[in-house]
Each structure stands twice: as structure tokens, then as C-alpha cells.
Design a protein. Structure first.
Length: 242
């Protein structure tokens, strides 16, 4: 576990460093109309497929790179997501996203996640407001039958660049019978595009760890979260959004 945490910390720090048809030429002879029903123009179908490809590519580019963690005992998993990010009480944002992508690095009992979600009709400010209200007001504590008790222990400040239009981060403690207390820390960064908004999330899950000189047993997780968020900010700022 220690090897995983150090790798996350160092890796995050280093990484941070459809068109109308042309008019016919003059003098061209138009074909006589027929009664045969024709399929929609191929350009329309290609345009829809190309739009979907662009959306998926944007989400793919917004998640942390594969090499974020590079130790032999870490398992990396990635997939397209059918639903939005999970927040407190395992709730989800009210507006469905267009596309999403996930990468996850795991070395039990620690976990690092990075997701990206593209929204068609919500702006960054709205998404961040909903995330903050759900976490700090509607559900600061919740109980899970299998995972035990969760309690939000405060909003966490994450500095971002001027290209990020909204940010929210928090940590929650998790107490489960006969296991060490765990800390969940998540950061949500949102940036507006011309017609969409990208929501990038990073998270770290790890046992409470004492840091020399600090009374905050969640200090290490918060340091790691800031490093991951810095990398997510860099990727989001460079991204061309649709």
C-alpha cells in the first residue's frame, strides 16, 4: 500500500508539470425525379457518427493517463461509463450525461479513480452547485449495508487555473466493523465548452494514515488528491471541447 501511495503522489506531481451539399456547377443537368424512396443522405449519418466519436474522444482525453500509477501490484481498469459520477449517499446528478469514461487503479485497500463526463445542457456552475448542495446539505452522512457508515468531514479547497469554471472537493470518513477507518476524497472540476460542459473527477480511497507533524489523519489523502486534481486541471485546460 505504501508503495502505491508514494507512486500516486510522485506520479501526480510529475504529470501536473454535418455540412450542406455544394451547389451543382453552372450548366449541370439535373436528373429527373423518380418515385423511388431513397435513404437519408450518407452525409447526415456520417455527421452523427462523427459527433459521437468527437464526444467520446473528448471524455477519453480528459481522464488521467494510463501511466499515472506504475507499480507491479497495481491493477488498472478502464471503461466507458453509462451513468454519471457517484456523490454522497451514492446519489447521481439530475441531468444524464452524453458520454463518460473511467480509469481506476487499485492496490487493496487503496484506490485511485479518474472519470470524465460530458453534459449537453448543464453549465459548470450548475453542476458544481448541485454537487456541493447534495454533499454538504442534503446528505452529509449515510449508511451502507455492506460498506458501513459514511460521514462528510468537510469541503476541501482545491486551487485551479482560470480555464476551469467550477470546482468542488470533499472528504468523507468510512467506518466499517472490524476494519481500519478509511478516507474517501473526491474533487470535481468542470469546464464549459461552446455547447457542452466537461466534468472531470478524481478520487483517492485509503486507510487513515498518520503524517508526522500533522494531527489530521487525512492529510496524506488530501495531498494526493491535490496532485491528482492538478493533473486533471492541466488536461481539462488543454482540451478542445465541443
Amino acid at each position: 500500500m505504501r508503495r502505491l501511495l508514494l507512486t500516486v503522489l510522485v506520479g501526480a506531481t510529475l504529470t501536473g508539470c454535418g455540412q450542406p451539399a455544394d451547389s451543382p456547377p453552372a450548366g449541370a443537368v439535373e436528373a429527373a425525379p423518380t418515385s423511388t424512396t431513397t435513404a437519408p443522405p450518407a452525409t447526415t449519418m456520417k455527421s452523427a457518427a462523427e459527433t459521437e466519436r468527437v464526444f467520446h474522444e473528448a471524455a477519453f482525453q480528459a481522464v488521467l493517463p494510463v501511466g499515472t500509477l506504475r507499480t507491479a501490484d497495481v491493477e488498472m481498469h478502464e471503461e466507458r461509463l453509462e451513468s454519471g459520477p457517484v456523490i454522497s449517499c451514492w446519489a447521481r446528478l439530475r441531468t444524464p450525461h452524453l458520454v463518460g469514461y473511467l480509469r481506476r487503479w487499485e492496490s487493496a485497500p487503496s484506490l485511485v479513480t479518474s472519470t470524465a463526463h460530458l453534459y449537453p445542457s448543464r453549465r459548470a456552475e450548475e453542476l458544481i452547485t448541485e454537487l456541493r448542495e447534495q454533499t454538504t446539505q442534503h446528505c452529509p452522512e449515510w449508511q451502507d449495508e455492506e460498506e458501513g457508515a459514511f460521514k462528510v468531514i468537510g469541503e476541501h479547497r482545491i486551487p485551479v487555473t482560470s480555464k476551469v469554471d467550477g470546482v468542488f472537493a470533499f472528504c468523507a470518513s468510512n467506518k466499517k466493523a472490524n476494519t481500519q477507518e478509511t478516507l474517501y476524497c473526491f474533487a470535481y472540476l468542470a469546464r464549459n465548452g461552446p455547447g457542452t460542459t466537461m466534468l472531470s473527477t478524481v478520487g483517492v480511497t485509503m486507510p487513515m494514515v498518520k503524517v508526522k507533524g500533522s494531527k489530521d489523519h487525512g492529510a496524506l489523502a488530501k495531498i494526493i488528491l491535490r496532485g491528482l486534481a492538478h493533473t486533471a486541471d492541466t488536461l481539462l485546460s488543454r482540451l478542445t471541447l465541443p
